[in-house]
Design a binder for this molecule. Structure first.
Ligand code: NAD
Length: 381
């Protein structure tokens, strides 16, 4: 955020020395709401100027975290709803506001477009942004279909532009700790991933509970688990507004690794727990805990073969060792994620949550829908 310009504007609302009234607006100038057409020159310009489309529930988090970065600042926010833009004007007096998406998509002042609108709008907005030479940050889930995701990936590659899909959880201290533990072999061979992500609402009208909540688990699994998923089985029901409000997904991985996800908008309480079980250790992640979000248990079973009077028996023995709660980093995930995005653009590197990662999740979501339609048929991936 251009703090010096904002401070200057509030201290001297119409300072003749810093005001430019000439149209059209040249790059590097910001509208000060309440000051009519007066424009105040930015004191300095950060490496990336961001245009954000969508300032509903999630958009404010994206704007705030792009503003927090050393490398980026938000130049313009677009929303169809004037009341949403009024909030932007109140919170960020030197950010431009508009209801016209072309003022974001076609602005020479914008390097990165963040698409923070409902999923059915992602493809058209991201495509237009890429066609206008902008890097794109797109909310989860990436697109409504795998074909759309493939088109965007191809377009970005052709234009040498970056796509990042907001798989926010990958940047949480908890998921990064789990990644470290799994990759270091602490849990041993993985047996299962079992997640419960339930609460009362927020009911969505355009997507079912799977497209709303499961992208979090699917993206975490995509990051943490070895190998590629082979098949999905899903069951669910529609009770309230014509889309599934409760669903149970089972995802089959190679080597007997199995994942289960329970998503539900009709739960009386909010629950966010995930268990990951391995041959050596198991862990429990409770995201609603403020301390000790992850507990690692030195517990498991062992099969001991032994012969008794010539008969070959298998004896199960249980190991119940220590539990420990590793230290988890508490930096806000979106802050890390957006800083990483601008770094990837500068270094010309593919983010871990690039378009391909977004595509893998969309394929799983589509397979889930197909299984739901066929009352739990197994769908190969
Ligand atoms: N990463 C996360 O943890 C997380 C959390 C919540 C939502 N999301 C995602 O963020 C996206 C938005 O969700 P939300 O809950 O903020 O939705 P929302 O409905 O609260 O907000 C969307 C906003 O976009 C605006 N909008 C829609 N189409 C537009 C268009 N063509 N031009 C301009 N403005 C337009 C709407 O007016 C609205 O203000 C979804 O893809 C959702 O899945 C991600």
């Amino acid at each position: 955020m251009d703090k010096s310009a904002a401070m200057a504007a509030s201290a001297h609302p119409v300072d003749a020395a810093s005001v430019d009234v000439v149209k059209p607006k040249p790059p590097g100038f910001a509208v000060i709401p309440g000051a009519g057409d007066l424009r105040v020159r930015r004191a300095e310009k950060k490496a990336f100027s961001v245009g954000v489309i969508g300032y509903g529930y999630w958009g404010p988090n994206i704007v705030r975290n792009f503003q927090l970065q050393d490398q980026s600042e938000v130049a313009v926010v677009c929303d169809r709803r004037p009341e949403a833009l009024a909030k932007v004007a109140r919170n960020y007096p030197n950010v431009e506001i508009t209801t016209d998406i072309n003022e974001v998509l076609k602005s020479p002042n914008v390097d990165v477009v963040a698409v923070v609108t409902p999923v059915w709008t992602h493809f058209e907005l991201a495509k237009a942004a890429l066609e206008n030479g902008k890097h794109v940050f797109v909310e989860k889930p990436f697109t409504a279909t795998a074909e759309q995701a493939e088109q965007l990936i191809e377009l970005a590659e052709r234009r040498n532009l970056k796509i990042m899909v907001d798989h926010t959880f990958l940047f949480t201290g908890a998921v990064r700790k789990m990644k470290h533990l799994i990759d270091a072999g602490e849990l041993g061979e993985l047996f299962y991933y079992d997640s419960t992500r339930v609460n009362l609402g927020l009911f969505q009208h355009d997507v079912n509970v799977v497209w709303d909540l499961a992208p979090h688990d699917l993206s975490i699994m995509d990051y943490l688990l070895p190998g590629s998923p082979q098949a999905i089985v899903a069951t669910g029901q529609k009770h309230v507004n014509g889309v599934e409000d409760i669903a149970f997904l089972t995802v089959y991985y190679p080597n007997k690794l199995i994942a289960h996800i329970n998503v539900n908008w009709l739960s009386p309480v909010k629950v966010r727990t995930t268990m990951v079980g391995g041959g050596k250790k198991m862990l429990m992640w409770n995201d609603l805990e403020s301390d000790e979000k992850i507990k690692v248990y030195d517990r498991g079973v062992q099969m001991n073969a032994q012969t008794r009077e010539g008969v070959y028996d298998l004896l199960v023995s249980y190991r119940s060792g220590d539990m420990w709660a590793p230290q988890i980093e508490s930096t806000e995930a979106l802050k890390l994620e957006l800083g990483y995005f601008t770094q990837c653009i500068m270094d010309n590197k593919q983010p871990i949550n690039d378009g391909q990662a977004g595509l893998r999740i969309v394929k799983m979501l589509q397979a889930t829908d197909e299984s739901l339609r066929h009352h739990g048929d197994q769908i190969r991936l």
